[in-house]
Design a protein around this ligand. Sequence first.
Ligand SMILES: Cc1cc2nc3c(=O)[nH]c(=O)nc-3n(C[C@H](O)[C@H](O)[C@H](O)COP(=O)(O)O)c2cc1C
Length: 186
Amino acid sequence: MSKLVIISASVRDGRNSHRVALYFKSYLEENSLAESEILDLKSYNFPLFVERLKYQKEPLASVSAFAEKVRNADGVIIITPEYNGGYPASLKNVIDLLTDELYKKPVAICTVSDGNFGGTQVLTSLHFTLWKMKVWTVNAMFPVPRVAQSFDENGVAADKEASDKRAAVFVGELLWCIEAKSRMKN
Ligand SMILES: Cc1cc2nc3c(=O)[nH]c(=O)nc-3n(C[C@H](O)[C@H](O)[C@H](O)COP(=O)(O)O)c2cc1C
């Protein structure tokens, strides 16, 4: 079974996009699609970037552990809010730490907002950053509009059937990329 990490990017007090990270973890478990772990940037509470991890002389143990979890994952789901049309500083703060951990790694991006457009403006800037890093960004979207109405605090979807249907397509594309990559190694 594939191993995924779900990066929950919002560190905001009273954040709502974390609900979607909880939803995906449950969805993957319920459907026995993949093993997954949420890497919660609010819990990690990393300091501001000072240098790429591989060039740090005495990296924090928590930063190294985070990077190893990303390295060892077959694929990544990023749950990101949209802030002023882009992704949050908390996410850039960890992306810039990483180098080969993400190289050619299948990464699926889920965007979240409290408005009607599901945070999709994030896609242009985040895709570009990941493309620069030679990450394999998966060709699928999972925009979440009106997040507080769509998911409760435990990640339970208001319309589970519709959410699960969309998740099946989104996760399916990610797992396809993971399978394709594994065949390249054989
Ligand atoms: C600094 C800031 C900027 C925001 N900018 C946008 C925006 O450009 N578009 C949008 O739809 N929502 C915007 N929002 C609202 C977020 O979409 C909303 O907070 C949502 O719940 C996801 O972020 P969260 O996980 O931090 O709660 C913004 C929120 C903050 C805190």
